[in-house]
Design a protein around this ligand. Structure first.
Ligand code: UDP
Ligand code: MG
Length: 281
């Protein structure tokens, strides 16, 4: 088996309704690439028929090398990506979601941007988002905040469809805890890698449902605590919070204590994350 150039890693939680179309389209699109490819499915402890379907698929001969890894129970998208990266052999790692919201047909375009040397990591930028108003609004807010903190001019940092050089994925490994998949492009940029974006069409999720509930917003906010402090503007926000809250407390304005408590939570969140990260490395 020759070493593939491109590994497509797909995290999946209860995606039985999407697997056969996803696989057929991936096979077709990867067969058209002038490079050896492999597909790595990561079953994130699905409780539907995803594991049985994957087993069936692996028993049949495949035109593109297809492999799968199963996590014994649900550990989340970040852990699923980490497990996929660990067994992927390509020198370019592509990630995409199983729900087909970004058409797999865009993958060769992302790969070509890496092969031409334009970037070390390319993240898809969903055009005309087909999600609920709340999600689109939250995503705009999230991207604007990240743009301000990091100074990067990316529009859609949490799109599940990305391509990166193997070296980038290896260096991101220590960050693949909690729900950090949302921050991979900014983390790669912080490490000095060139990060670019590429507009892609976006379609409605036709089968299955989103696997993240409203807790996604809280988790994104918690993960933003350590990430923000990698940039001076994050520190500036934190120091402003401490300074203004201290001033309010000094002038006996009770809201100051709330601000100070928030600043402590921010610092504790960042510390906890860095300790966990160092343990993992
Ligand atoms: N996913 C996963 N584990 C989880 C949640 C999601 O592996 O705990 C997978 C899911 O099956 C999909 C991708 O991650 O392939 C993105 O999930 P989803 O489409 O539900 O997220 P959304 O598009 O709503 O952000
Ligand atoms: Mg989706």
């Amino acid at each position: 088996m020759s070493t593939p150039l491109v590994s497509v890693v797909v995290p999946m939680y209860n995606e039985e309704a999407n697997l056969s179309e996803l696989h057929a389209r991936l096979i077709k699109v990867l067969a058209g690439l002038d490079a050896a490819c492999e597909i790595v499915y990561v079953d994130d402890g699905s409780t539907d028929n995803t594991p049985e379907q994957l087993e069936m698929l692996l028993l049949q001969p495949q035109p593109i090398c297809t492999r799968a890894v199963r996590l014994p129970h649900r550990r989340g998208k970040t852990a699923a990506l980490s497990a996929g990266f660990a067994i992927a052999r390509g020198s370019i790692l592509v990630t995409t979601d199983a729900d087909l919201q970004e058409p797999p047909e865009v993958l060769p375009m992302l790969v070509s941007k890496l092969r031409s040397g334009e970037a070390h990591l390319v993240v898809a930028w969903r055009q005309q988002r087909q999600d609920t108003l709340l999600r689109v609004f939250a995503s705009r807010l999230f991207n604007s905040a990240l743009r301000w903190i990091t100074g990067l001019s990316l529009h859609d940092m949490n799109c599940g469809t990305k391509a990166m050089k193997r070296e980038v994925a290896e260096n991101l490994e220590g960050w693949l805890i909690s729900d950090m998949h949302r921050y991979l492009p900014v983390l790669a940029a912080r490490m000095g890698y060139r990060v670019a974006e590429a507009p892609v069409p976006h379609v409605v999720r036709r089968r299955g449902r989103s696997r993240f509930g409203a807790s996604r917003y809280l988790r994104a906010a918690i993960d933003l605590l350590p990430v923000s402090l990698l940039w001076w503007r994050g520190w500036l926000l934190w120091l402003l919070l401490v300074a203004s809250s201290t001033l309010l407390v000094a002038t006996r304005y009770p809201f100051g204590w709330l601000g100070l408590a928030a600043a402590m939570v921010w610092a504790a969140g960042a510390l906890r994350f860095w300790l966990r990260r160092n343990r993992r490395e």
